[in-house]
Design a protein around this ligand. Sequence first.
Ligand code: TXA
Ligand code: MG
Length: 345
Amino acid sequence: MIVASNAPDSIASCADAIRAGALIGLPTETVYGLGADASSDEAVAKIFAAKGRPADHPLIVHVAALDGGMSGVAHYAQQVPAFAKQLMAAFWPGPLTLILPRRTGVGAAAAGGQDSIGLRCPAHPAAQAVLAALRHPAQGQTEVWGIAAPSANRFGRVSPTTAAHVQSEMGHELLILDGGPCTLGIESTIIDCTRGAPVLLRPGSITSADVEAACGRRLLSKEEQEAQSSQAPRASGTLESHYAPNARVRLMDAKALQTAIDMLPASAPDARGPTIAVYARAPLKVVTGIVTQRTMPNDAAPAAHELFSVLRELDALGVQLIWVETPPDGLAWDGVRDRLQRAAA
Ligand code: TXA
Ligand code: MG
């Protein structure tokens, strides 16, 4: 069931559902999450079951913005390095997840059994309203410190950026809080803060340059990470094949894309409509009926905003192939490029 975030009682109903150990669809500024009480192992197990996600993949725990997220951090994490505090001050509430050493005895199931925990203080007002309701218990209720929420898609599939996407992934039983289309559209930037220096685990709307500028520290390079023999944390968003629609995705530069289109037959052997969707920054010359086109925005932020939604729409046309123009170089495009490379893997 979808409830509008501005409808009377919708926030209270969602908070009640979380307290009761149920799942909810939760809007954030990045993508929609599939949320549960992060302290309840039973509730967290329902997330893994609903997603079809292996139980040793850690989830992100969302905390209230009450005090800049600090009390939530103090509840779940220990030994927070100074650079992590600077990042929270600069970017919370917002699209940044920090991996921190986990305090013993809290959030073990949400952390997938690891001794670290991923924490994020989301900026979406509806997510914050639910978190605030949980942190301010009514008489006789206990305080709930955080909502564990991975993206509300089935494992390995495209993340949802609208309430309707969540419903199509998870079914009609789930209580989904509709906070409108996600403004950013790709998942949060993830920084591992457990290795002495910040390490980028997943690029997002906050760029590596933003992170370095805010904390005055250089991100550990790939080579430095490899030299550090410590076992790398598992990040499912960093599996090579992820965010995959049903159609096969291929990335090409504009020239290769035009060449590939030019080689296609003039029409389909049967009249079945388009079998190839093209998503490029400028319209390409197409003389065949088997190609349909969408134009990718020229700037990274609007491109990120619509990316998952466009992949879903093109997929829904029933095309077999989605040919995408490789995004431009430059840090601002890192998040979009990363998601497209995984969709194509
Ligand atoms: O924007 C987002 O981050 C969205 C919204 C809902 O907040 N959430 C999201 O969650 O993308 P999910 O579960 O799809 O991706 C979480 C990523 C995974 O790659 C997971 O492995 C990694 O964060 N992660 C979480 N806790 C971790 C930990 N303790 N150590 C290493 N990676 C962790
Ligand atoms: Mg995900």
